[in-house]
Write a protein that binds this ligand. Structure first.
Ligand SMILES: [Ca+2]
Ligand SMILES: [Ca+2]
Ligand SMILES: [Ca+2]
Ligand SMILES: [Ca+2]
Length: 264
């Protein structure tokens, strides 16, 4: 046990020193349509605007009404108006349309998913949008998932202070030990909604080396983790699917045992 604890301490030290951060600035891409799925900088963007929903005024829309194409928009004028926000000149936006050249439109976001090549511990994004009427009260949400389970969330509610279509900026961020997928979506009164959004500088910090059999995350692989695995296994908890094949069976038990015996 002493040896295992020592190695765990070493791994944590490496984590602190070596956290690697990647910023997706989109500025090396060409303005235009990217399609319904695209890959950039270790992130697969997919399943855009595949949900029906409502607007605050009661109007409704159906799936794909809002367009399901990712778009690189040259937003030079926006960057001129909000110096320090994002990175000139390109942003990522959504839906059906863009304005060629330095002017821009703010596309429509209902939802999208971002699959990460590598486990991450932090993610953040710069956001530009319209606030007040007719958008007031819609909220943006960013959920981080690990193996299909939400492990961190952030949200931002659009103000409703009078006037309409005022351009504003904000950011959202999530952090957890490790996550593999991000879900960005908009809601009004618990249903999907469709505000406008441009985003820039998606910033992802890689998760440190993980010690899988350390189930309780205390940095030591010991009997507590063994009994924790047994209880997940008995309960049919997805965490007990140690080989990630969607089934919890004896293979998972033996795979956990060998990882447990190997330590970290
Ligand atoms: Ca443009
Ligand atoms: Ca940019
Ligand atoms: Ca442990
Ligand atoms: Ca399994």
């Amino acid at each position: 046990m002493k040896k295992i604890a020592m190695f765990a301490g070493l791994a944590l030290a490496v984590t602190g020193a070596g956290a690697q951060t990647t910023v997706s600035h989109y500025d090396d891409l060409t303005e235009g349509f990217l399609g319904e799925t695209f890959y950039y900088n270790g992130v697969t963007y997919r399943d855009l605007n595949n949900q029906p929903g409502v607007f605050p005024n009661g109007d409704t829309f159906i799936a794909d009404d809002m367009g399901s194409t990712f778009i690189i928009e040259n937003a030079q004028y926006f960057h001129d108006d909000f110096p320090g926000w994002g990175s000139p000149d390109n942003v990522l936006t959504f839906g059906r349309a863009y304005v060629p050249g330095p002017n821009l439109s703010l596309g429509v976001i209902v939802e999208m998913w971002m699959d990460l090549d590598d486990l991450a511990s932090e993610a953040s994004m710069a956001m530009g949008f319209y606030e007040n009427g007719p958008w007031g009260g819609i909220s943006y949400h960013l959920d981080a998932y690990r193996d299909g389970v939400v492990v961190a969330s952030d949200s931002y509610t659009i103000s409703d202070l009078g006037g309409r279509d005022n351009v504003a900026v904000t950011s959202m961020s999530v952090s957890a030990d490790a996550f593999d997928t991000l879900h960005l979506y908009a809601q009004y009164n618990g249903q999907f909604s469709a505000p406008r959004l441009i985003m820039d500088d998606l910033t992802i910090t890689a998760a440190g080396p993980t010690c899988r059999p350390d189930l309780n995350g205390d940095g030591v692989v010991d009997a507590d983790d063994f009994f924790l695995f047994l209880s997940y296994f008995a309960a049919g908890d997805p965490i007990a699917d140690f080989n990630s094949d969607g089934v919890i069976d004896a293979d998972d038990f033996f795979e956990f045992l060998s990882a447990f015996a190997a330590g970290c």
